[in-house]
Design a protein around this ligand. Sequence first.
Ligand code: SDX
Length: 428
Amino acid sequence: MNHTCRIELDGRSYELPVVEGTENERAVDISSLRSHTGYITLDDGYGNTGSCTSAITYIDGEQGILRYRGIPIEDLAEQSSFVEAAWLVIFGHLPTSTDRERFSALLTANSQLPQSMLKHFDAFPPHAHPMAILSAMINTLSCHEPPQAEITDDAGLERAAARLMSKVRTIAAASYKASIGEPVVYPRYDYRYAENFLHMMFSLPFKEHEVTPEAAKALNLFLLLHADHEQNCSTSTVRMVASSQANLFASCAAGVCALWGPLHGGANVAVIEMLQHIHDSGVNVTDYVKKVKSKNSRTRLMGFGHRVYRNFDPRSRILKKAADELLSTLHVHDPLLDIAQELADAALGDDYFIERKLYPNVDFYSGTILRAIGIPVNMFTVMFAIGRMPGWIANWKEIHDDPSTRIYRPRQVYTGNTLTEFVPRTER
Ligand code: SDX
């Protein structure tokens, strides 16, 4: 393999280094391009631009491969748990039983919010979007506890990670309770991660919610599948903010804001709204797909397509299977899942989608699982954020631990006015 490449600019030839990753991905290192040539590159949406090297998650979009620290997502889905996968993503290896017990105990010990923070929930209007509350409250957490001071080693990161991962769960449940006018329910010391969330969401001070093993297992899987996904929009946002040496909480609060958009984490809400619209309006799937395909259509098949996957998103296959199993265990029939399957069958056989390599992504089936365990639709993206917290923490750590990290500051090609005179107010 050549370790350099040549480019010609204005009749001159330049040699640039080539970088190769452990999975044979190759990149032209352009860090000296501007100083040597005066040129920069331009790449709309960064579709061809690597912002960093990273050792956390590997995706092969052509093959539909996803691995956390080299371990296939299918094996983790089958044999691991969200908390264990979170540790793997953050610290680079599966936890020993000692690691696991210590981290679990830290998660439990950090599950309650500072009492004064609970007052904030009374100030949000009932219709406040839970992603707005989550982002605001993550930053508020940093007002209560010094996140920066503590993170000087892996033990400090473990404490901060446990605090953040545990408290985002409590914040989410508390925002739901506030929105329905119910009192906040405190976490339980004897519950594991997913069970405690469902308990805080659906119990009442005078009536304990029965957390079923099926619901806890399905939520665990949902969170595990969302734990990390390379340099997606929100993770890149976390790295952008982290590169200024902002603290972990500020970086993850920014990640929440980027995830919110319907083209990204907000798609899991948009998918259910799309399926509900098809169900309630009675429009048939063929006509809906025709509408999506029509030129200048602004209607997208939500939950379909991906910047990296040009094949099935492996998470969508796992989620579809889990949704089928959960619904049959609960003896529930969800007509929206039937519509989703009809849409998928129609699209996967249609040239428009085949030519553009559009397949179901993580959001296409995930909402069915959340619906089946009773999570309200407007909380779906919050669930995505809770799942993605380990990936954001791991990426923040990669930036924080790397002494060669430079602040992210992309260039631009200016297309505005050339030199323009100032016109005094009296002459305008
Ligand atoms: C997530 O990056 C990650 O890893 C994200 C994520 C993670 O785990 O972090 O995987 C989570 O965000 C999944 C994606 C969720 N979003 C959606 O489901 C929204 C619907 N999908 C699209 O908007 C779109 O596919 C994106 C945003 C996911 C990807 O956008 P791209 O790569 O910029 O693709 P594009 O908009 O340039 O589309 C290329 C072509 C266009 O057609 P032409 O101009 O060539 O005629 O494909 C078409 C698009 O119109 N197209 C779609 C489509 N997605 C792309 N047409 C109909 N329906 C769609 N869903």
